[in-house]
Write a protein that binds this ligand. Sequence first.
Ligand SMILES: CC(C)(COP(=O)(O)OP(=O)(O)OC[C@H]1O[C@@H](n2cnc3c(N)ncnc32)[C@H](O)[C@@H]1OP(=O)(O)O)[C@@H](O)C(=O)NCCC(=O)NCCS
Length: 330
Amino acid sequence: MEIFRIDPLDEAALSANHAAMSAGLAFGRVDPPIWSLDEVRVNLTHEGSSYQRELYSAVVDGEVVGGAQIEMPMRDNLNLAQVEVAVRPSSRRQGVGTALLEAVAARTASLGRTSLLGIVNQPVSDEPAAGVTFAARHGFTWRNTEIRRSLPLPVPPAHLAELEAKAAARAGEYRLVSWAGACPEEWVEQFAYLKSMLMTDAPTGEMDYEQEIWDAERVRADEAKTEAQGRKWVTTVAVAPDGTLAGNTQIGVPGHESRTFQWDTLVLEVHRGHRLGLALKVANLRRLAEVAPGATSVETWNAEQNGPMVAVNEEIGFRVVEGLQEWQRG
Ligand SMILES: CC(C)(COP(=O)(O)OP(=O)(O)OC[C@H]1O[C@@H](n2cnc3c(N)ncnc32)[C@H](O)[C@@H]1OP(=O)(O)O)[C@@H](O)C(=O)NCCC(=O)NCCS
């Protein structure tokens, strides 16, 4: 077996890697969301990213049997590397995953990263996914579980109106502002602050992850990358009576499929208890219906212990699809 790093501009190598990793990541799951080749390419090559990303392929007898991606934050969490290892179903239990993991662990250690984070998708089943046993075998420990839920679109108008009225009864003092695409300049500094709070304000179990550092420049770079990936996105913010941003929610609309994806939702702690979570989401769904009328679902992931957010999602109509476990080593 040979393991080599992919030049993301080498189209043949990149697409062979994408085919193998997609097969590995999709296997055994219900309706798995898989990034398109274009999204992956842009993710690896876009200038100004806050992450250093590298991609590797494992080749046996001339065939790409699996791959691994490393993602290292460059602004915060400088001790951390997120790793994704995926092996074609037909090439499993032959040591390919182990060889890939060892290669990327050696690489990240040489770059000073002492902690590895891995994600395992767990179908609704009593049987642990291959990745669970694999991660445990390699010294990772379970830190957090998120549950993916899906909301079929369109939401019946009467249900949306009912939810809107319910939210308005308590969120009345807050103003909701929605936009498609880039954040208006007047909000960008505060929007960056909300972004910086998300990973540490939302529950993440035992995961060792420090607060992210965001500024307007990082927001703009992220938007430019998202656009280059062919994605549209829709955002709603809540503006407090004093004119500051109290919370936000975002849905990403890929260019290559009709499902859409819930990104961040956050209400700052001092503004909780006003049903802003529900108010934000309902307003954003209304805007989404204008921007992407053909959208068929919204997919969302929440920590299983995030009671308030899960309750809002269940009320809107989201239903469980699968689990996503976060495992960490070091
Ligand atoms: C997890 C994954 C990468 C493993 O790839 P692989 O090439 O089969 O892994 P290896 O052959 O190196 O397995 C190493 C050990 O992991 C454990 N393991 C792997 N798959 C397992 C399974 N299906 N059931 C039980 N144990 C398993 C075993 O202990 C195995 O050693 P053994 O075969 O000597 O018993 C592969 O199943 C996959 O692509 N899964 C989907 C993506 C994913 O979950 N990635 C991991 C998180 S980053």
